[in-house]
Design a protein around this ligand. Structure first.
Ligand code: HEC
Length: 140
C-alpha cells in the first residue's frame, strides 16, 4: 500500500471539485448519512458494517490467496492517502495504481463522484477527532 502513496502524484482527478458540485444547502449530516447507506450497500460485506475490516488484514490472506480488507475506521492506513487518491481507489479500484493488481479492491464505476464523496465523508466522520484534524491539515 505504500506503493499507492508513492505513485499517487500526478494521477489524480479532483475529488475537491465534486465537493463544489454538492448543493451548498445540503447539510454535512445528510451527506454523511447518504454515505453510510452507500457504504453499507457497497463496502460493508468486505470492510465490515463498522468499518472494522478483517482482524487479520495485516498479514492474512483469503482463500484465494488475496489480501484481506483493512479497517477504514482510522486504525488502518486510509488516512495515509489524500482524498484524491481515495477517490480514485473507490472509483476505479487499486488497479489504477498497480496494473498487475489482482486483489479484491475493485472499482465502483457505477457510483457517481458525489456518491463517492459522500462515502469518504462518512468514513472520515468515524475517525477520532485528532486524526481528522491532522488529516485536514495535511490534505485539505
Ligand atoms: C470484495 C471485497 C471488497 C469490497 C466490496 C470493497 N473493498 Fe475496499 N478493499 C478490499 C481489500 C481486500 C483491500 C486491500 C487491498 C489489497 O491490499 O489488496 C481493500 C482496500 C481498500 C482501500 C485502501 C486501503 C486504505 O484503507 O486506504 C480503501 C480506501 C477501500 N478499500 C475502501 C473501500 C470502500 C469505500 C468500498 C466501497 C465503495 C470498498 N472498499 C469495497 C476489499 C473490498
Amino acid at each position: 500500500m505504500l506503493l499507492v502513496v508513492g505513485c499517487a502524484t500526478g494521477q489524480v482527478t479532483g475529488a475537491s471539485v465534486d465537493a463544489v458540485d454538492i448543493d451548498a444547502t445540503v447539510e454535512a449530516e445528510e451527506i454523511i448519512s447518504a454515505g453510510k447507506v452507500l457504504y453499507l450497500a457497497n463496502c460493508a460485506t468486505c470492510h465490515g458494517v463498522n468499518l472494522q475490516g478483517n482482524p487479520d488484514w495485516r498479514s492474512g490472506t483469503d482463500k484465494d490467496g488475496q489480501r484481506l480488507p483493512p479497517p477504514l475506521n482510522g486504525t488502518g492506513h486510509t488516512w495515509h492517502h489524500s482524498r484524491e487518491v481515495l477517490h480514485q481507489i473507490l472509483k476505479y479500484g487499486l488497479k489504477i495504481y498497480d496494473e498487475k493488481y489482482e486483489g479484491k479492491m475493485i472499482g465502483n464505476e457505477n457510483l457517481t463522484d458525489k456518491e463517492i464523496y459522500s462515502i469518504l465523508e462518512y468514513i472520515e466522520s468515524v475517525w477520532p477527532e485528532e486524526l481528522r484534524t491532522n488529516y485536514t491539515k495535511t490534505y485539505k
